[in-house]
Design a protein around this ligand. Structure first.
Ligand code: HEM
Length: 572
C-alpha cells in the first residue's frame, strides 16, 4: 500500500496542481471579449461583489450600485463579476433597448434560471418558473378569467372598495389614538392588500382589517402616548392572519436566496429549518384542503351547470375548468384530483398570493411618502379629486364605479409618476437563450442579463444603427425617453399633455415590465391602487413628519420598499 502511494505521488501532485490551477482560473473573473468591465475587479477573487456588498451596506439598494457601473464605464452594456466561480453578468442600462428586449426579443431572452430556482423550491409547478413556451402560455390561459375585465368588475370591484373603506376606518381609529403623533403604517397597507388578494383567490373573508381596527378601538383609552407630538405613537401591533405571515415568510426566503452567492445550498439550508417546514406544512394543508372542498362541492354539477357557474374566486375558476376538462375527457370527477393536477392548481393559487400581495402594499407606501414629501402636489391632487368626485349630500364616499370610471388626468398622472418614482422592481433579470447582440455588443448564450427598467436616468448616447430593428421601428411610440430638466424629482405634471389630458405615451412605462412576462395582475393592481389612493387623499391630510421618521431611502427585499413608512394624519 505504502509503495503504491509513493509510486503515485508525482501523479497525485500533478493532478492536484492541475485542479488548483483550474479552480483558481475559474475563481477569478474571466470577462467576455469586447464588453466593458471594471479592470480592477477582474483581478480580484470577489470581482465586483465586494464593491456591491460595501455599497449595499450604505444604501441597501443593490440596483443603484449595479447601474452606476454603466455610468462609470460610460457604456449601456457592461459586464460585472458578481460571484466567484461563475460567469460574468451582463448589465443593460438603456430604456429603449430594455423595453425592446422585454417586448420583442423573448426568443433570445427568457426567465433566468436563478429566478426560476428561487421560486421553484416553493412553487415547482407554477407558470412563473416556466420558460416562455407553449406550457407557460397554456397555464396562463387557464387563469385568464380572473385577470379579465368581467371578473375584475363583478367580483374584484366591490371587494376592493370594502377593503379600501376598511383601511380608511382603521387609519382613522389609529389617527385618533395617535392624537397628532406619527405612526407606522406599512402593516396597515400590507394587511389590506392581503385581505383583498386572499378573497379574490380563495373567496373567503379573513376579516383582518376589521380585527385590527377593533383592537385599536379597545386599547385607545388605556394606552399612554409619548409626551412629544413628534415621537411615534403607541398603537397596537397588527395581528396578521397566519397565511399572511406565511406568505411574507416565503417572500423573504425567495429574496434571501436571490441574493445568495450559493443559491442551491442556501435554498437547501432554508428548507431544513423547522420554521420553514412548519410554514410549508401549514400552507400545503390549508390550500389543498380548500381545493378539495371546492372540488367536492362542484363535482355534483353537470357540465351545463358548470358552464353557467359564475366565477367567484380564482379557486372556483381553477377547479371548475379542471372538472370541465375531466368531464369532456370522460374522467371521473367524484374523486380527488390526480396529484399533478392538484399541484398545478395549488402552486398557481399560491403564486398569485405571493406575487399579488406585498407589491401592492409597497407601491401604496411609496405613493403616501410622495404625498408627504410634496404637500403642494398633495393639495393639487385632492382638489382634482374633490372637483371630479364630489361627496354625496350626507358626506358619503364616492362610489367605486365613479372612482374607477371618472377621468381625472391629475390622478392618472399622479399614479403613473408614483409607479415610476417608486421603481419597485428595479432589476429585471433574464438569460440569453442564444448567442445574440445588444447595441453592437456580442453576448453569448446562457448568460444572465440584468435590465434596468427605471425611467429617469439620462440615456447614454447611442448611434441609432446599433439598435435592433424592432427598437428602431418603435422609436416614435413615445414622446420622449428622458426629460431635459432631469427626472429625479416627483413631478406628476410630466405625464400631462398641453391640453391637460393624461398622456400615457409621454415616456415608456416599465413598472409592470413588458411583453409576454409582463405582470399578470397589472389591471387588478392599478384598480386597487386607484381606489385606495383616492379614498386616502379624500379622507386624510398627510401632514409633514419629523426628519428622523421621514427618510426617502429604500431597502431591497423582493421589491424596492421604503426603509421608513410613517404617517401623521389629519382626518378630513
Ligand atoms: C403594484 C403592484 C404590482 C407591481 C408593481 C408588479 C410588478 C411586476 C413585475 C415588475 C413583474 C416582473 C415581470 C418580469 O420579470 O418581467 C411582475 C410579475 C408578475 N406579477 Fe406583478 N406586480 C404587481 C402586482 C401583482 C398582482 C396583484 C398580481 C396577481 C394578481 C401579480 C402577479 C404577477 C405574476 C404572476 C408575475 C409573474 C409573471 C410571469 O409569469 O413571468 N402582480 N409583476
Amino acid at each position: 500500500m505504502d509503495i503504491l502511494s509513493l509510486n503515485h505521488l508525482p501523479l497525485v501532485a500533478i493532478v492536484l496542481a492541475f485542479i488548483l490551477y483550474y479552480v483558481s482560473k475559474r475563481a477569478y473573473p474571466s470577462p467576455y471579449p469586447g464588453i466593458p468591465f471594471n479592470a480592477t475587479s477582474a483581478n480580484k477573487f470577489w470581482g465586483d461583489s465586494s464593491g456591491l456588498l460595501d455599497a449595499v451596506k450604505i444604501t441597501q439598494d443593490p440596483a443603484k450600485f449595479i447601474f452606476q457601473q454603466n455610468r462609470k464605464l460610460n457604456s449601456p452594456v457592461i459586464q460585472l463579476f458578481l460571484a466567484p466561480l461563475s460567469n460574468p453578468t451582463i448589465i443593460i442600462d438603456d430604456v429603449r433597448e430594455v423595453k425592446d428586449i422585454l417586448s420583442n426579443r423573448t426568443h433570445e431572452f427568457d426567465r433566468a434560471p436563478r429566478t426560476q430556482d428561487a421560486y421553484r423550491s416553493l412553487l415547482p409547478h407554477c407558470s412563473l418558473v416556466k420558460a416562455t413556451g407553449p406550457a407557460f402560455k397554456h397555464q396562463r390561459r387557464f387563469w385568464e378569467g380572473v385577470t379579465g375585465t368581467p371578473f375584475l368588475r363583478r367580483v374584484a370591484e366591490p371587494k376592493m372598495y370594502r377593503c379600501a373603506l376598511g383601511l380608511i376606518d382603521l387609519l382613522r381609529a389609529q389617527a385618533k389614538m395617535a392624537g397628532g403623533r406619527p405612526f407606522y403604517c406599512f402593516d396597515d397597507f400590507d394587511v389590506a392588500a392581503f385581505e383583498l388578494i386572499w378573497e379574490l383567490v380563495f373567496g373567503t373573508n379573513v376579516d383582518a382589517i376589521k380585527n385590527a381596527r377593533n383592537k385599536v378601538l379597545c386599547q385607545t383609552s388605556d394606552t399612554a402616548q409619548p409626551p412629544s407630538l413628534n415621537s411615534p405613537a403607541r398603537i397596537p401591533v397588527i395581528q396578521k392572519p397566519d397565511m399572511c405571515e406565511a406568505v411574507s415568510f416565503f417572500i423573504s426566503t425567495v429574496a434571501k436566496s436571490l441574493k445568495s452567492v450559493s443559491q442551491t445550498w442556501h435554498l437547501w439550508y432554508l428548507r431544513q429549518q423547522p420554521v420553514y417546514k412548519r410554514k410549508l406544512a401549514f400552507k400545503n394543508s390549508t390550500i389543498d384542503g380548500l381545493i378539495e372542498k371546492t372540488r367536492s362541492k362542484l363535482a355534483g354539477l353537470s357540465e351545463g351547470q358548470l358552464m353557467e357557474l359564475e366565477e367567484s374566486s380564482a379557486l372556483v375558476t381553477g377547479v371548475r375548468r379542471q372538472l370541465l376538462a375531466h368531464i369532456r375527457q370522460g374522467q371521473p370527477v367524484n374523486v380527488p384530483f390526480p396529484a399533478s393536477v392538484q399541484a398545478e392548481i395549488h402552486d398557481e393559487l399560491f403564486m398569485i398570493l405571493v406575487a399579488g400581495h406585498e407589491t401592492k402594499a409597497v407601491l401604496l407606501s411609496w405613493s403616501v411618502k410622495f404625498l408627504i414629501a410634496n404637500p403642494e402636489k398633495q393639495e393639487k391632487l385632492r382638489k382634482a379629486l374633490v372637483d371630479a368626485l364630489p361627496k354625496g349630500s350626507n358626506g358619503e364616499q364616492p362610489s367605486v364605479k365613479s372612482i374607477l370610471s371618472t377621468s381625472i388626468p391629475y390622478l392618472e398622472a399622479y399614479m403613473e409618476e408614483s409607479m415610476r418614482a417608486a421603481n419597485t422592481s428595479p432589476r429585471l433579470v433574464r438569460r440569453t437563450t442564444t448567442d445574440t447582440q445588444v447595441l453592437g455588443y456580442s453576448i453569448p448564450k446562457g448568460v444572465t442579463v440584468i435590465l434596468n427598467p427605471y425611467i429617469g436616468t439620462q440615456p447614454l448616447d447611442i448611434p441609432e444603427h446599433l439598435r435592433s430593428e424592432t427598437s428602431r421601428n418603435s422609436k416614435g411610440n413615445f414622446e420622449s425617453y428622458w426629460d431635459v430638466n432631469g427626472m429625479d424629482d416627483f413631478q406628476p405634471e410630466r405625464w400631462l399633455a398641453e391640453d391637460g389630458s393624461f398622456n400615457p405615451r409621454q415616456f415608456p412605462r416599465l413598472g409592470f415590465s413588458a411583453g409576454p412576462r409582463m405582470c399578470y395582475g397589472r389591471n387588478l393592481a392599478l384598480m386597487e391602487f386607484r381606489v385606495n389612493l383616492v379614498l386616502l387623499v379624500l379622507n386624510f391630510k398627510f401632514e409633514s413628519l419629523p426628519k428622523d421618521l421621514d427618510s426617502m431611502e429604500s431597502q431591497q427585499r423582493l421589491f424596492r420598499m421604503p426603509r421608513q413608512c410613517y404617517v401623521r394624519l389629519s382626518p378630513l
